[in-house]
Design a protein around this ligand. Structure first.
Ligand SMILES: Cc1cc2nc3c(=O)[nH]c(=O)nc-3n(C[C@H](O)[C@H](O)[C@H](O)COP(=O)(O)O)c2cc1C
Length: 363
């Protein structure tokens, strides 16, 4: 039975254990999209997990959806991220950046060029989005032309190259809720070109992004996050959904990516299918997984690694607390995003470690 505390070889890196920090947007980047002043400390504090997957990071101006999220496509971004990586690597950790193109989940107030969001089709998600002036309706996005779809694929590849240049160990393609998923879903993709319609066509964008990134940095430094059961943000993959995801995973398997990272909702059947179809690592995220289930999917063989979001956000020493059966700090959604009135560290780098709590001081 494999133990979550045992090491794991992921592509070309050796992870000290099979805990993964799930990607979490924290909206604390500088105005130019460089990581904020405390990002290196925040991620460094959490480097005892085998792999850190960073917050969603836009590959281009068009890719930004929310205010104060970081990018990885300018020289300044590369320099800023280098400090973050140095901090993680100095503690023996490893890091993949999550490449997130928000697609239609965007607002002109939130992008550097203040343009309308772009998407497979001109269909608004019917939701509101956070801006620095409060919540606003998400406008109808502009449908990408076929040439622009191909240019967007290149943006991902360029960002991946810049990520490696900044010292990242790899990148994760964000395939849930945002642009990649908007191509997969029938509710957001009404295209009549080769990127819309059939299962093969709707999966083409995700596969093209993976291929382009692989050509830049190698399959062993590329992962993808998918969620067959995700139905938020106006996304509906339709009755063919399970077939679409099985097809996509099988095609991605041929490319030899380092991992798929599944955010799982619903029945486990599809996970068993993926285990059969997919020959590389599987990272499994079960939202709000009960504490007593930590390590279960690795022990059962369903996954190779397990990712945790809120617990790692609130517990820089999450693994130590798991080992010691110690109580966990709880994550308060009020501190998830943006600098807090109590100061930049609040809800970010000021969660106490067990040792600090026992001494009665803050970390
Ligand atoms: C504050 C916050 C920000 C998040 N941002 C992202 C993100 O940028 N990309 C992503 O794929 N998932 C994001 N998620 C989802 C998490 O990665 C994870 O799937 C989710 O929190 C469920 O896992 P958990 O119960 O262990 O927290 C975010 C979650 C939280 C709490």
């Amino acid at each position: 039975m494999t133990d979550i505390h045992s090491p794991f070889t992921l592509g070309r890196i050796e992870l000290q254990n099979r805990f993964v920090m799930a990607p979490m947007t924290r909206a604390r980047a500088n105005d130019d999209g460089t990581p904020g002043p405390l990002a290196a400390e925040y991620y460094g504090q959490r480097a005892s997990v085998g792999l850190i997957i960073t917050e969603g990071t836009q590959p281009s101006d068009d890719g930004q959806g929310y205010p104060m999220t970081p990018g990885i496509y300018t020289d300044a971004h590369v320099a800023g991220w280098r400090e973050v990586n140095d901090s993680i690597h100095a503690q023996g950790g490893h890091v993949f950046y999550q490449l997130m193109h928000a697609g239609r989940m965007s607002h002109p107030d939130n992008t550097p060029h203040h343009r309308q969001g772009v998407a497979p089709s001109a269909i608004a998600p019917g939701e509101q989005i956070y801006t620095l002036d409060g919540m606003k309706d998400i406008p109808v996005p502009r449908a990408l032309t076929t040439d622009e779809v191909e240019a967007t694929v290149k943006d991902y590849a360029y960002a991946a190259r810049r990520a490696i240049e900044s010292g990242a160990d790899g990148v994760e393609i964000h395939g849930v809720a945002y642009l990649v998923h908007q191509f997969l879903a029938i509710s957001s993709n009404k295209r009549t070109d080769r990127y819309g319609g059939s299962i093969e066509n709707r999966a083409r964008f995700a596969i093209a992004v993976a291929q382009a990134i692989i050509a830049e940095i190698g399959a062993d430094r590329t992962g993808i996050r998918l969620s067959p059961g995700f139905t938020g943000m106006g996304l509906d993959v339709g009755p063919e959904g399970p077939d679409l995801f099985r097809y996509l995973v099988a095609e991605l398997d041929k490319l030899g990516l380092a991992y798929i990272h599944i955010v799982h909702y619903g029945e486990d059947n599809i996970l068993h299918d993926f285990r059969r179809i997919w020959h590389q690592a599987i990272i499994l995220n079960r939202p709000a997984r009960p504490r007593e289930d930590i390590g279960k999917d690795i022990a059962s063989g369903l996954a190779d690694l397990e990712s945790y979001g809120a617990h790692v956000l609130a517990n820089p020493d999450f693994i130590e607390r798991v080992v010691l059966h110690a109580p966990l700090n709880t994550a308060d959604h009020r501190v998830f995003f943006g600098n807090q009135p109590e100061g930049a560290a609040a809800g970010y780098t000021d969660f106490p470690t067990l040792k600090a709590s026992r001494k009665g001081v803050q970390a």
